[in-house]
Design a protein around this ligand. Structure first.
Ligand SMILES: Cc1cc2nc3c(=O)[nH]c(=O)nc-3n(C[C@H](O)[C@H](O)[C@H](O)COP(=O)(O)OP(=O)(O)OC[C@H]3O[C@@H](n4cnc5c(N)ncnc54)[C@H](O)[C@@H]3O)c2cc1C
Length: 509
C-alpha cells in the first residue's frame, strides 16, 4: 500500500482524502531488475508465487492431498490479491472483489469448500442446501436510481415503454435457453469454470456482445444500459468491447440449480471476498513469506531456481524448488521470464472509493446492499455495513466502484495513476451526486484505491484464442501457471479452479 494523505479545504469543512493501491512501485522494479545478489538459499518441494485466490486455492489442494512441503511468496504485505480489504473505525470494506454468487450444483469442489467454511451447513429434509443466512445478502439486496427515484431490482421497471418491457423479457428468455443448452457430449455451452464449457458456441467469441445484440434486434436503451452495466460488473469492459460469448456467459454461466430457493442472493461480507481469502489462508499458515517479490526464474535439470527480493530487509534470496507455480498475472510473468510475451492479455483499470459519511446521510431512506445509478460511468456503490447484525449508530461507510471501459487500457491506466485526490474526488462525486445531490455535506473522508491491472479483458478471440491456450501450458512439468487471466474471466470461481487445476498438474494427478 502506498498511502498518502491530503487535507482538502472545501467551503468551511475538510474532507480527508487518501490514495492506496497495489504496490505498483515495487512491481515496477521488475522492469529495471536492479536487485541485489542473493545472500540466502531456501529449499522447498513446491513453490507457489502469488497469494491471490488462485495461489491460495492451489495450496489448499496440495495440503488436502497430503503435500505439505510447500512455500508461498507474495509481494504485498498481505495475502488475498484482488480479494483483499481495508478497515476504518466504523467498518471493514473490500479493496476489490466483494461477492460470490451461489455455485452451480455441478461445482462440487466449490461446494465442498463452502462446507469447509461453514457457509454451507448441510441439506434439509427436501434435499435443499442449508446456507448460513448471515453470509448471504440480507434484504434489501439491490436498488436502481432511475428517472429520479429509487426502485427495487436493477432491471429498469417503472416508467419504461411496453416495447422495452417485451425486449427485456425476450432477452431473459433467450438467456434461460442458453443457460441449459448442452452439446452432444453433455457439456454446457456456458459453464463455470470456463474450461468445462463446450466449444460448440465458440463462434460467439468472434463478435462483440453489442454486435450480437444488434443482430438479434435488441435495441432498447434501458436494456442495453443494463447489459453494459452487467458486463462492466464482471469484466470491467462494456458491451461494445467484450465478446458475445463473455456477455452471454454472465447470464447463462450461473445455473440457479443448487440452492434453488435462494435465487436473488449472493454470499457477501463487509470485507468482501477477503473473507474467503482468509479461509484459504489457513492452508498457508507458517508457510508463506509476504513482501517478497519474485523477479527471476531459471529452470535447471533437476530443479527450478527462483530469485526473490525481500522488500523489508532489502536483500535477495534464492529459492530452489522441484516445481514452481506462478499464480501471478501474465503481465507480471512477462517480466520474470525471458521469453514469455503475450500481446492479447490486456487488463482493465479500476478505481474504488470508500466514503465515510455522517450517520444522517440518506435520511430515512434505507440503503440497499448494492445501489446502482442509471446512466452513470461507475457501477454505483455497496453499503459496506449492510451485513452488520447490529444497528448502525456511528458513521456510514460505502464503497463506490468504477472501471475504465475502453479499447486502450494502457492509456486509461496511465491516466488513472496520474489522477490526484481532488480529480478522483470529482470523478466519484459526479456520479454519486446524480442520486445524492447533497452527498458532499456528509462526507468525512474518502479512501481511493487504484487497481491499474484490475481484470483481464475478454474481448473477441481471447477466451477461445491461441495465446490463452499457450499461456496455460506448463514448462517441462516443472513450471506451472494459474491465474484468472488464464480463464479469461475474473471471478472467484475461476481463480479457485485455476488453483485446483494447477495443484493437480503439480502433483501429477
Ligand atoms: C475491482 C474488482 C472487483 C472485483 N469484484 C469481484 C467480485 O465481486 N467477485 C468475484 O468473484 N471476483 C471479483 N473480482 C475478480 C478477482 O480478481 C478474482 O475473483 C480473484 O480474486 C483473482 O484472483 P487471482 O489469484 O487469480 O489473481 P490476483 O488477485 O491478481 O492474485 C495474484 C497475486 O500475485 C501477487 N504477485 C504479483 N506479482 C508478484 C511477484 N512478482 N512476486 C510475488 N507475488 C506477486 C499479487 O500481489 C497478488 O496477490 C474483482 C476484481 C477487481 C479488480
Amino acid at each position: 500500500m502506498l498511502p498518502f494523505l491530503q487535507y482538502c479545504k472545501q467551503k468551511t469543512k475538510f474532507i480527508l482524502l487518501k490514495i492506496t493501491g497495489t504496490n505498483y512501485v515495487l512491481g515496477h522494479k521488475l522492469w529495471a531488475k536492479n536487485f541485489p545478489k542473493p545472500t540466502e538459499e531456501i529449499r522447498t518441494k513446491f513453490l507457489i508465487v502469488g497469494g491471490g485466490i488462485s495461489g491460495l486455492s492451489a495450496c489448499r489442494y496440495l495440503k488436502k492431498n497430503n503435500e505439505t512441503d510447500f512455500l508461498m511468496v507474495e509481494m504485498e504485505n498481505h495475502l488475498g490479491g484482488n480479494a483483499s480489504n481495508g478497515e476504518n473505525k466504523f467498518s471493514k470494506f473490500p479493496l476489490g472483489a466483494h461477492y460470490l454468487p451461489i455455485p452451480n450444483k455441478e461445482d462440487v469442489e466449490l461446494i465442498d469448500f463452502l462446507k469447509d467454511c461453514k457457509i454451507y451447513l448441510g441439506d434439509d429434509e427436501n434435499g435443499l442446501p442449508i446456507l448460513d443466512d448471515e453470509q448471504l445478502t440480507f434484504p434489501k439486496e439491490e436498488r436502481l436510481f432511475f428517472k429520479n427515484e429509487w426502485q427495487n431490482d436493477l432491471v429498469p421497471q417503472n416508467g419504461i415503454s411496453n416495447s422495452t418491457k417485451e425486449e427485456i423479457s425476450e432477452f431473459f428468455k433467450l438467456m434461460d435457453e442458453f443457460r441449459i443448452k448442452k452439446d452432444a457430449s453433455g457439456k454446457y455451452w456456458f459453464d463455470i469454470p470456463v474450461s468445462s464449457s463446450s466449444d460448440e458456441a465458440r463462434d460467439l467469441d468472434k463478435i462483440t456482445f453489442l454486435d450480437w445484440l444488434i443482430n438479434n434486434h435488441f435495441k432498447s436503451q434501458e436494456l442495453l444500459w443494463l447489459l453494459d452495466y452487467s458486463c462492466k460488473d464482471d469484466y470491467g469492459l462494456g458491451l461494445k468491447y467484450v465478446s458475445a460469448w463473455a456477455g452471454i456467459h454472465y447470464f447463462a454461466g450461473r445455473k440457479n440449480n443448487w440452492a434453488t430457493n435462494r435465487h436473488d442472493q449472493v454470499f457477501t461480507w463487509p470485507e468482501g471476498n477477503a473473507r474467503l481469502a482468509k479461509h484459504l489462508s489457513k492452508f498457508v499458515e507458517n508457510k508463506h513469506l509476504k513482501n517478497h517479490l519474485v523477479f527471476d526464474v531459471n529452470s535447471g535439470k533437476e530443479n527450478v531456481e527462483v530469485l526473490v527480493f525481500d522488500n523489508q530487509s532489502k536483500t535477495s534470496k534464492k529459492i530452489i524448488a522441484e516445481k514452481v507455480l506462478f499464480a501471478t498475472p501474465q503481465f507480471v510473468n512477462q517480466h520474470i521470464f525471458k521469453n514469455r510475451k503475450f500481446k492479447d492479455f490486456n487488463y482493465v483499470p479500476w478505481l474504488l472509493a470508500t466514503l465515510t459519511l455522517k450517520n444522517e446521510f440518506g435520511g430515512a431512506e434505507e440503503l440497499a446492499w448494492d445501489n446502482v445509478i442509471f446512466g452513470t460511468e461507475g457501477l454505483g456503490y455497496i453499503n459496506d455495513q449492510h451485513q452488520n447484525l447490529n444497528q448502525i449508530v456511528g458513521e456510514k461507510v460505502i464503497t463506490y466502484y468504477r472501471s475504465f471501459s475502453t479499447d486502450n487500457c494502457k492509456k486509461a491506466r496511465r491516466k488513472l495513476y496520474n489522477l490526484n485526490e481532488e480529480e478522483l474526488k470529482n470523478i466519484v462525486l459526479a456520479d454519486l451526486k446524480i442520486a445524492h445531490p447533497e452527498i458532499e455535506d456528509f462526507i468525512i473522508d474518502i479512501q481511493f484505491h487504484k487497481l491499474g491491472h484490475g481484470m483481464i479483458s475478454p474481448v473477441p478471440d481471447f477466451i477461445f484464442g491461441k495465446e490463452k491456450k499457450l499461456a496455460i501450458q506448463n514448462i517441462d512439468d516443472k513450471i506451472f501457471f494459474a491465474h484468472t487471466d488464464l480463464s479469461g474471466i475474473s471471478i472467484f470461481e475461476e481463480a479457485f479452479h485455476q488453483g485446483i487445476r494447477a495443484g493437480k498438474e503439480m502433483i501429477g494427478i
